[in-house]
Design a protein around this ligand. Sequence first.
Ligand SMILES: *[C@@H]1O[C@H](CO)[C@@H](O)[C@H](O)[C@H]1NC(C)=O
Ligand SMILES: *[C@@H]1O[C@H](CO)[C@@H](O)[C@H](O)[C@H]1NC(C)=O
Ligand SMILES: *[C@@H]1O[C@H](CO)[C@@H](O)[C@H](O)[C@H]1NC(C)=O
Ligand SMILES: *[C@@H]1O[C@H](CO)[C@@H](O)[C@H](O)[C@H]1NC(C)=O
Ligand SMILES: *[C@@H]1O[C@H](CO)[C@@H](O)[C@H](O)[C@H]1NC(C)=O
Length: 411
Amino acid sequence: MARLVNSIFFTFLYISLIYTLSPFVNATTSQSDIQVLVAIKTLIDPFSITADSFLNSWDFNVDPCETTGASFLGILCTVPDQVDTNATSRIMEIDLEGDGLEGFLTSSIGNLTELVTLNLGRNKFRGPVPESITNLRKLTSLQLYENFFSGSLVDDIGVLSKLENLDVSNNRLSGSIPSSIMSLRSLTRLDLSNNEFTGKIPQLNGLWQLSSFDISNNQIYGNLPQFPLKIKTISLSHNLLSGHITPVHKLRHLNTLDLSDNRFSGGINKGIFRLTELSHVNVSVNRFTVFEVVEFSDKKSQLHTLDVHANRLHGHLPVNLVTYPNLTEINLGHNLFSGEIPSEYWSRLRFSWRSLNLEYNNLEGSVPRELNRTSEGVQGNFGHNCLICPKGLQLCNGQRTASECHGGDLN
Ligand SMILES: *[C@@H]1O[C@H](CO)[C@@H](O)[C@H](O)[C@H]1NC(C)=O
Ligand SMILES: *[C@@H]1O[C@H](CO)[C@@H](O)[C@H](O)[C@H]1NC(C)=O
Ligand SMILES: *[C@@H]1O[C@H](CO)[C@@H](O)[C@H](O)[C@H]1NC(C)=O
Ligand SMILES: *[C@@H]1O[C@H](CO)[C@@H](O)[C@H](O)[C@H]1NC(C)=O
Ligand SMILES: *[C@@H]1O[C@H](CO)[C@@H](O)[C@H](O)[C@H]1NC(C)=O
């Protein structure tokens, strides 16, 4: 009898143990995470929450992580820890991109310590990015682009060491770029463009995986730093950067380089033209004085677009441009080039170049009549030079008058 009781007792114990260990029995969303979701919704102006927005589906009568219906859209949860008897689900992803939301981001967002992805892009969040985001140590992607976030970017952002994608572009962020970003060793994409950042570009040494760096449309000044060697895209346009561009010369994987509208000076030379992966180069609207195009013998050059307009480049137009097999779009306008247009250009214009801008230089000599035959396919402008053009060639319209051309140095 004792034996039977014993056996029943152990069976009961066993069943209740199974019951409590079963992962889904108690698996509801962590209360603390639910409070944060409530706080997020509370700080959004109610009139901006439209019927079909994800946020409108956040109905706190159901459990956020347990719901299987159309509530709590834009949220993903962790599977609860099976060993933990009090297993709760945690929020690991919030995606409210383009939800039309207006309001503030609650600082309690920092309590969602299991959050891996946060995307609030394309809304109308205003006010600061809460300091507490530095508690989100598991974040791999933080996207706050196209909002009205203001104030400075959290100084300690560098503690988010798992971050791979940081996009705060198109906001009103100001102050300097935190130097702590150099500890973001997992970062592959950094987009700070279209803000009001000022100061210098911090050291980027630690970001050895960085592939894309965009700080265009800010007020960043100073010289270029050393860039990580894996980088493929550098966009620095519309800033106040100066000095020489030698730090980009060793970036063998560089594909896109946009330095336009800054104050860079010195030369655009072989250091750039030997980068075989480089396809799109825009160094326009700067203070470059030297343009040395080396002959390209290696057929692997990817150079497709070359925009050097509005600099202080002088001397003859570089003949070697015709050696770049993939080049199709060229802008050499608004410089101080002189002499004749190299005759090698004409066949390129006939067969591969799609666009050639030479306007506002001091070019002279005659433009061949044959160009007329193909000029329908060629875009560009040869105007404001001292060229002798065939009648009816649109490209050539608006040459300077003879007295302007021979009346001494125009520039
Ligand atoms: C976030 O955590 C802090 C500290 O534990 C707590 O004081 C606060 O109430 C929490 N906020 C929310 C919305 O849960
Ligand atoms: C489970 O919750 C109880 C009461 O809330 C607590 O005392 C206990 O420490 C928790 N156990 C674990 C493993 O977290
Ligand atoms: C180069 O940059 C200038 C100024 O930012 C811009 O106006 C121009 O369209 C760009 N050129 C190309 C080919 O993208
Ligand atoms: C560049 O040209 C080569 C050979 O003409 C071609 O195979 C390659 O696809 C081109 N690359 C681009 C990016 O157009
Ligand atoms: C080419 O030249 C002919 C006359 O020589 C002219 O009628 C025609 O408009 C020109 N075409 C272009 C595209 O300039």
